[in-house]
Write a protein that binds this ligand. Sequence first.
Ligand SMILES: NC(=O)c1ccc[n+]([C@@H]2O[C@H](COP(=O)([O-])OP(=O)(O)OC[C@H]3O[C@@H](n4cnc5c(N)ncnc54)[C@H](O)[C@@H]3O)[C@@H](O)[C@H]2O)c1
Length: 458
Amino acid sequence: MADPKGIAIVGSGYVGTVVAACMAKIGHRVVGVEIDEEKLSKLQSGSSYFYEPGLDEILRASIDNGTLQFTNDFELAMAQSEVVFLCVDTPPGEGGHPDTTNVMAAAKSIGRAIKSPHVIVTKSTVPVGSGNWLTTTIENVLDDDVDPSAISVVSNPEFLREGSAVMDFLHPERIVLGGSDERAVDLVEAAYKPILDQSFPGGRTAERPILVKTDRSTAETIKYAANAFLATKISFINEIAEICEWVNADVKEVALAMGLDSRISAMFLQAGVGWGGSCFGKDVEALAATARAYGQDPMILDATRAVNQHQRHRVVHKLQSHLRPLRGSRIALLGIAFKPETDDTRDAPSITIASELMARGAIVRAYDPMVKQIPELPDLQTGTDPFSVIERADAVVLVTEWDELRNLDLSVVAEKMRGNVFIDGRNAFDPARVEAVGLVYEGMGTGVVAPPRNSEPW
Ligand SMILES: NC(=O)c1ccc[n+]([C@@H]2O[C@H](COP(=O)([O-])OP(=O)(O)OC[C@H]3O[C@@H](n4cnc5c(N)ncnc54)[C@H](O)[C@@H]3O)[C@@H](O)[C@H]2O)c1
């Protein structure tokens, strides 16, 4: 299996930049393509424009040793590559279907620039069947002297998680390749060989990933099904958490004991304000839209999304039941990013919670170690340290469980506050520790002092 003669990554975002840096780290010559001038110049200068642990180090090392470059020139990128990873964004579009405008534009740019045989690898999460229209789109714009049969599309869904993206990419549990052109699939497998063998410096030979080879539609479906399952697992435990509040049970103990059953596992069984981020919501919606397009009623997928939205509203309800009236109350939100170790705020629960509270007349201030503003909520006040937003707050809500926030000195929190309500939206604190400083603790399905009030329809 010969190594690919160079790799191009199209779309240098959260996924593409990590793929580019890691592919260079494991020994390939890589060209990253990005059309956004601001992002491009930051990447060309050797650092990332977003926060991802460990990324800057490998970016800089690979740029410095000449194995990685970034450009907006598709011809240059195609001339220096044989395998192209498509990593552009697929945001939510009409009717729940992903918006594939950028995939289409990138595919055309790739097709126009190709002069030699290439394998195009879809890493973007694309609707099932996209491999087919991508092939056609690229074929349609190829130069007359390029043989269309020299172009092949392979699906290779990405499972990395923001916050641990570098480690996830370098040490995955499985790599999925979907395609019927054996030569093309083999070439992509060759690109991954150092990861499959864990033979690069720092590889973990005892934990080699499993390679799953399948057809394109199956590979595309695997990505959606995996994300939908994880999202459902979280929504499931969140529904249990609400039941726990009514029956005076503790969801943390329920989840712990459930998770001891290896058929269930403890992963993704933490109750809280629910999932956010750019993928779960969009992917669950996209899979549901696919089901609907065939006349199927995706009942579980719809419930998964509804339960997740409900969690955000439940936080507002909790605040309403403690702070009456909510109007004029000062509320500190701890954490803005959709999860710790990232600065990504796409579909972050903090945004829904802050806007619901502000709409009800509360004064909201938020702090996050990595996020200093939310474009969707320009009116939200943010602070440069946690205590600046806690100062004279009637209630504090933990929204994102950053270590810095988990380790706050609770006696200082209590001292700075005007009120005493502490809502632990991630069940990250020991209720006894919070109560010991004189605060009223309430988690999600744990440590609830009064039954939830179901006063208002959402
Ligand atoms: N973010 C994640 O954790 C994650 C995980 C797995 C899969 N995915 C999937 O990967 C894809 C990319 O996600 P992301 O979070 O990296 O998105 P992103 O928005 O961070 O990055 C996409 C990048 O592509 C660039 N781009 C858009 N059109 C382009 C074009 N025509 N040519 C070149 N560049 C172009 C954008 O400027 C942007 O920098 C999505 O389909 C997503 O669903 C994301």
